[in-house]
Design a protein around this ligand. Structure first.
Ligand code: GAP
Length: 441
């Protein structure tokens, strides 16, 4: 039996960070130049897992719904968008300097004491805008100012009319997007939890105003259940309802889904009732009426928006922390990532027992049978025991071993990551067997 991970220990955080580096999930960015604080690069296994997190979200939020469509909007935007959205004026954090060591901090994150030197004397807080400003085109100046988006959401609002007229959807309906966002965070921290460049998965769900509260509840439950279904234990998740005085400038109500990170419960995702703030603000600023005309009732109205807004990288971190286990197999401690198969970098590893060409030939045949359906690893080096451990450590749910009997009986050994149980399966039945094994009961 494996021990349940206590996601609250910093020991666990160190172990996961170490595993991420050692096995090619996540590297500090520009490491050969000493790193670039708070930026990370996703390695060969990390990029697979990141993609799986996004696919699992897209599957549940777009593919499985007839009322949600996707878009992929530009990252660079003109100031007009960010003036209308309120970001130019209000997307700020309170910045203070420690008068003793001159380190800069976000005031609301430090409890009155400098985390660097313990000093308690700070400058007055100044509003620091978190958006990255840049210049588009070769001539710098007023007309060339552009911003990197700090959230994907505005791409959905400014395309509301385009999507409405081309998709033939009507409220309630949603527009979903996954992509990079950028925030000049004062204190990026805790590995990939808070970085300056990160990915978001957001959906703006447009509803008749009278139905907004009901849809808000619906999406809080849907999103909570998404994390549960992908393997985060219920005791590591909770809902946090924002107090009215703490709401963002656009929100009529926000509930966060929080995960028990090693430093305590913290935000994974926010689900906000944004009312008609955004469509109203862009209508006013652009002169384009972002409304819906309901032919059945002959009414024209500005839909309210319910927004589940999640972080890809944060979700990946929570999945990794929840999946990390250590148990004992054959008298040895093994590390195993008990990732849901939809999230694991590789679903299958094909392992010829030895490097003998006749085994490798059949193993390659098995590999090419599985590759169109699953992400597969192929590993011929070291003992089979070592190879199983390597796959356990990166969360591969099934290992398929091709041995000398395979040449006679056209069957292979399928080993389960969590139970380590081995089953003999005919190559012809392999695909069917794997689908069965990976479908949740
Ligand atoms: N459109 C609303 C919005 O962007 P948010 O709460 O600021 O809301 C949504 O961001 C999610 O994006 C957060 O719950 C978090 O998962 C992720 N996120 C925000 N800032 C982040 C950062 N600096 N690094 C990593 N993820 C971040």
């Amino acid at each position: 039996m494996s021990s349940s991970p206590d996601t609250t220990t910093s020991d666990l955080l160190d172990k996961v960070i170490n595993l991420c580096k050692r096995r090619g999930f996540i590297f500090p960015s520009a490491e050969i130049y000493g790193g670039f604080r708070s930026a990370y690069d996703y390695g060969p296994l990390g990029v697979l897992m990141l993609r799986n997190v996004k696919n699992a979200w897209w599957h549940s939020m777009v593919q499985m719904r007839e009322d949600v469509v996707g878009i992929d909007a530009a990252i660079l935007g003109p100031p007009a968008v960010w003036a209308a959205s309120g970001h130019l004026e209000t997307f700020t954090d309170p910045l203070v300097d420690c008068k003793k060591c001159h380190e800069r901090w976000r005031e609301d994150k430090i409890d009155g004491k400098c985390p660097n030197c313990g000093g308690t004397d700070f400058t007055e807080p100044r509003a620091f805008n978190l958006m990255f400003k840049t210049a588009a085109g070769p001539v710098e100046g007023e007309g060339s100012t552009a911003y990197l988006r700090p959230e994907t959401a505005q791409g959905m609002f400014v395309n509301f009319a385009n999507v409405l007229s081309t998709s033939r959807k009507k409220p309630p309906f949603g527009i979903a997007q996954i992509g990079k966002s950028f925030r000049n965070e004062i204190t990026p921290q805790n590995f990939v939890f808070r970085t300056r460049e990160f990915e978001q998965m957001e959906m703006e769900y447009f509803v008749p105003p009278a139905d907004a509260v009901q849809w808000h509840e619906h999406w809080i439950e849907e999103r909570f259940n998404w994390y549960l279904a992908l393997g985060i234990p219920e005791e590591s998740l909770r809902r946090y309802v924002h107090a009215p005085e703490d709401l963002s400038h656009y929100s009529k109500g926000t509930t966060d889904i929080e995960f028990k990170f090693p430093w305590g419960f913290d935000e994974l995702e926010g689900i906000a009732n944004r009312g008609d703030y955004d469509l109203g603000a862009h209508t006013k600023a652009s002169g384009e009426k972002l409304e819906y005309f309901d032919q059945a009732t002959n009414e024209r109205y500005t839909p309210y928006v319910i927004e589940p807004a999640a972080g890809v990288t944060r979700a990946m971190m929570a999945f990794l922390l929840s999946a990390y286990h250590e148990d004992e197999v054959e008298g040895e401690t093994r590390t195993v990532l008990q990732l849901d198969w939809r999230l694991a970098p590789y679903q299958i590893a094909v392992l010829p027992l030895s490097k003998k060409p006749e085994l490798e030939g059949v193993a390659k045949e098995v590999l090419s049978k599985l590759q169109p359906h699953f992400m597969c690893d192929f590993d011929v080096t070291q003992s089979i025991g070592r190879r199983y451990r390597r796959q356990d450590e990166v969360g591969t749910p099934l290992c398929i071993t091709v041995d000398f009997d395979t040449l006679e009986d056209r069957a292979v050994t399928v080993r389960d990551r969590d139970t380590t149980v081995q089953t003999r399966v005919k190559i012809d039945d392999l695909l069917h067997h794997i689908w069965e094994a990976m479908t949740p009961a």
